[in-house]
Design a protein around this ligand. Structure first.
Ligand code: FRU
Length: 482
């Protein structure tokens, strides 16, 4: 596979050098470097038998490609090495993943033991050996555990005290409720079933994919990607959702008590996030900046799929907030700043525009009743942000963004006097961080390369911007040669 056109290939987000990627897998710090893997089909720009792509970085910002880490070579994973996680122990990097066997063979096997948890390890962080006793965990067979055998995947491992824990995504045998299965181990090789850690109820979906558990600021946060949550008003509009529960895992009973399900991102394209805890104590999250079944227009150019920028995970006022990591400042190569702007008509500003960049704005909402910001403007194209302070409704519309998807996503904000917007633009993506990650909207767009304008439009009064900077951003991922 080769990339044949870089018009939409990211300048600084992680993507495969060519071909397809989906979920981030095993985001882990190992021997002084950050490793990130991803679901990958190296032979086409469509999903297919899953491999693990592998990138590495010294700073979480500049990434290098490494050889494919896992390929489906063994019988127990013959249709794919599905998502999972990684952990370091005694200098060895362990990867945990799901060995997948397809239907119709699934049906022949009576829907049993077709998704099982497997392990591979490496002592150099590049070459991986599949564990000889794979699979290490089979679908729990007993009636009490009530686990449907054909969907039992995405192991995430962490250490608590002197014990290792693993969560696996699953659903009940009637396929109506998502659930998380918890295992424990002393050595990462032998695992014991502990509990059904959490199970969905009401409108929480029929299957829970990609669970991650993190201890954040004194609480436990379960991050998960439920399938089947029904749209409520203009919330949960994507085909699948990614969100979290804040709660407390009782490590002796294995039961997780938690509050409401909340979204991590309100844009069109955010799924299957992976978290890692890095040596300075921060929890960092990366998601897939795409959504299942969305048009990925880049596939005609020989690639498909990209990752979000890394985000920190914090808890503020009982909610998870995910600001972009400070390290991204290393991408800034030039800047243009303006201060104390007050205007009543549509404006463009010299130097505040670009295809690949970061726009940071501090808006005074006490003087600004409503506004529109058009990004990636050129010809008929624009990607449109609107905000109405009377109803606190923030929207992103991509009807005219270029080729590909259309529609609108929105989020209702609490009342704010000041709004900080930090917007990351890459060739085919927009990530909008509102007030340091209190709300985030991530979306793919497919504009022309020369659609680089930015317009600021007051609606029904003044537009007051205390300060604003546009940074041009440099390269964070090797650019394919076309
Ligand atoms: C989530 C997911 C995972 C699975 C992987 C397969 O996007 O469906 O549950 O392991 O993708 O590529």
């Amino acid at each position: 596979m080769r990339v044949t056109n870089t018009r939409w290939y990211p300048k600084y987000h992680v993507a495969a050098p060519a071909a397809w990627i989906n979920d981030p897998n095993s985001f882990v710090f190992y021997k002084g470097q950050y490793h990130l893997f991803a679901q990958h089909h190296p032979h086409s720009a469509q999903w297919g038998p899953m491999h693990w792509h592998h990138v590495v970085s010294d700073d979480l910002v500049h990434w290098k490609h490494l050889p494919i880490a896992l390929a489906p070579t063994e019988d127990y994973e013959r249709n794919g090495c599905f998502s999972g996680s990684g952990i370091e122990k005694d200098g060895r990097l362990y990867l945990f993943y799901t060995g997948h066997i397809d239907t119709p063979e699934t049906e022949e096997l009576g829907f049993r033991n077709v998704q099982n948890q497997c392990m591979a390890y490496s002592d150099d962080g590049i070459n991986f050996t599949k564990y000889e006793n794979n699979p290490i965990i089979l679908v729990p067979e007993d009636e009490d555990s009530d686990v449907y055998g054909a969907d039992f995947r995405d192991p995430k491992v962490w250490k608590h005290g002197d014990t290792y824990y693993m969560v696996v995504g699953a659903h009940t045998k009637d396929k109506l409720r998502g659930q998380i299965v918890l295992y424990e181990s002393k050595d990462l090789y032998d695992w014991n079933f502990k509990s059904i850690m959490a199970r969905g109820e009401g409108n929480q979906g029929f299957m829970w994919e990609c669970p991650n558990l993190a201890s954040v600021e004194g609480k436990d946060v379960l991050i998960l990607s439920p399938q089947g949550i029904k749209r409520v008003g203009n919330k949960f509009m994507n085909v699948f959702q990614s969100g979290y529960f804040i709660g407390r895992l009782d490590y002796s009973s294995g039961i997780f008590k938690h509050g409401e399900f909340e979204l991590l991102d309100y844009g069109f394209d955010f799924y299957a996030p992976q978290i890692t805890q890095i040596p300075d104590g921060r929890t960092i999250m990366i998601g897939w900046l795409d959504m299942w079944y969305s048009p990925m227009k880049e596939d005609v150019d020989g690639w498909a799929g990209m990752m979000t920028v890394p985000r920190e995970v914090h808890i503020k006022n009982g909610k998870v907030v995910t600001p972009p990591i400070k390290e991204l400042e290393a991408l800034r190569i030039s800047e243009k700043s303006l201060e104390n702007l007050l205007f009543y008509d549509e404006m463009k500003f010299d130097g505040i525009e670009g295809e690949v960049g970061e726009l940071v704005m501090n808006i005074d909402l006490t003087e600004t009743p409503a506004f529109e910001i058009d990004l990636r403007v050129g010809g008929e194209e624009k990607s449109v942000i609107t905000y109405d302070d009377a109803i606190h409704l923030f929207k992103f519309n991509r009807d005219k963004a270029g080729e590909g998807g259309d529609g609108e996503r929105e989020v209702k904000l609490p009342p704010y006097d000041k709004m900080k917007l930090q917007i990351f633009l890459d060739r085919s993506s927009v990530e909008i961080f509102i007030n340091d990650g209190e709300y985030v909207m991530s979306s793919r767009i497919y504009p022309r390369s020369d659609s680089t304008g930015i317009k600021f439009i007051p609606v029904g009064g003044a537009f007051k911007i205390d300060s604003m900077t546009f940074y041009t951003l440099g390269e964070g991922i090797p650019q394919p040669r076309v």
